[in-house]
Ligand binder design. Structure first.
Ligand SMILES: [Zn+2]
Length: 434
């Protein structure tokens, strides 16, 4: 466990915190893990202190640290893919101070004991805060509801059966009713499994050409439509995981206009890639839900820009090469996300109406609000949860901290690099000198 920063100064940096209405050049002073001074010339008296570490902020941006709503850190049970220590290290390198972790571990996080074990492990490791998401149903089998009161009491911030969809309308209704009494959002992996049986990729012209079984858009859309109606009927909070289709964007937008308490997230890969990436049978591009078509990517980008899609979530899903270097149909779905997210998405600013402020909100404040976490803020007298980035730095995505390597972006050049991450007032990642 790392100790809080004693005295850190960042001089003449562009600080951007849309939630605090801040965008301007400032000095930052962090003392004993807290932001104590923030403003033009704020470091004047302390910068010369021998105890201070002083970082030149010119040409760099200071941002509230990022919050991920959706990561698979694989511990307990599949530590050969990732564990809490490597997963949190990857998160810190990506600029994250908070990571919400999905319950599809082995055993499934459907009890207080597993939730507490994850939190204990994360506290030992230090770095970004880990927030367990409990299962909706026992064993994620879609039948019997978990003891959500206990899960919440142990520290769970939401419930989800992610990896599988809650298929039964009756179970979903009861889950929404039960979760509502504890003010927990219900996060759905929207996939009608009967419509996607045996599917390897998006159903369309490319799947037909490759001879791979297709996962049609409508398998997501029908579940989202049903869930929105159930959430509206029950008056509960519903959150859509990894929206991938123009249809679900349409349904969520319309539901929000009607005042339904629905929120949604989108992954970097669904914002950047289409099913054409699968040509050549690149298993690194096998994800669930699958990469869609250009029209979906356009709709997702526009929906991120206008806030219909509230948050960016990585769906960080590590797998070993053994699970990926195989026939496409046998390969496990999922790709890494935590380390490369910012460098991948910065280039979307200015496209489809996406502003920098909205991108930063979607990476930090919006997901924090959904999970009930206090949003990281650039403000005096708050805990230091912040990230220093170089928006112009071109770097190669290779030296990853994750145990796995399953991303099609491996070795690619990205513009925009995380230099320093402070989480829980401590330095969680330090790449200033590199
Ligand atoms: Zn999922």
């Amino acid at each position: 466990m790392t100790s809080p920063v004693e005295l850190l100064v960042v001089k003449s940096v562009r600080a951007i915190d849309p939630g605090a209405g801040l965008d301007g050049e400032v000095d930052l002073v962090v003392e004993r893990g807290r932001i104590t001074r923030l403003g033009p010339g704020a470091a004047r008296e302390v910068a010369s202190s021998e105890r201070a570490r002083v970082i030149d902020g010119s040409g760099r941006w200071l941002l509230p640290a990022f919050v991920d709503l959706h990561a698979h850190l694989r511990e307990p049970g599949q530590e050969y893919k990732e564990d809490i220590a490597t997963g949190l290290a990857a998160a810190a390198a990506g600029g994250y101070a908070h990571v919400c972790v999905m319950p599809n571990t082995k055993p499934v996080n459907d009890t207080r004991a597993v939730t507490e074990m994850m939190l204990r492990r994360a506290a030992e490791v230090g770095g970004p805060s880990l927030h367990p998401i409990g299962a909706i149903t026992v064993g994620q089998k879609g039948k019997e509801l978990t003891e959500m009161a206990e899960l919440k009491d142990a520290g769970a911030v939401a419930v989800s059966d992610d990896g599988v969809c809650v298929m039964s309308s009756a179970v979903m209704r009861r889950a929404l009713e039960y979760a509502k009494t504890f003010d927990l959002p219900v996060i759905q992996h929207a996939e009608d499994h009967e419509l996607t049986a045996g599917a390897d990729m998006h159903e369309g012209a490319v799947s037909a050409r490759l001879g791979l079984r297709g996962w049609p858009r409508v398998a997501e859309d029908v579940i989202v439509a049903r869930d929105v109606l159930l959430a509206e009927y029950v008056g509960a909070r519903y959150h859509l995981a990894h929206a991938s289709t123009r249809g679900s964007v349409h349904i969520v937008r319309e539901a929000k206009q009607r005042g339904v308490a629905v929120t949604a997230e989108v992954t970097p890969h669904h914002l950047l890639l289409t099913d054409a990436a699968v040509i050549g049978y690149d298993t690194a591009c096998k994800v669930n839900p699958p990469l869609r078509e250009a029209a979906d990517v356009e709709a997702l980008r526009a929906a991120l820009a206008d806030g219909t899609l509230d948050a960016i979530a990585t769906d960080h899903a590590p797998h070993t090469s053994l699970e990926k270097d195989c026939e496409f149909s046998l390969a496990k779905p999922g790709m890494l996300g935590l380390e490369l997210c910012f460098g991948l998405l910065l280039e979307l600013v200015g496209k489809n109406g996406l502003t920098l402020a909205r991108l930063l909100d979607a990476l930090s404040s919006a997901p924090a609000r959904i999970a009930g976490i206090a949003p990281p803020r650039l403000r005096e007298d708050t805990p230091a949860e912040l990230v220093l980035v170089d928006p112009e730095r071109v770097w190669k995505a290779d030296a990853l901290r994750s145990k796995s390597r399953n991303t099609p972006f491996l070795g690619k050049e990205l513009r925009g690099k995380v230099l320093l991450t402070l989480a829980r007032g401590s330095v969680a990642f330090d790449g200033v000198g590199s």
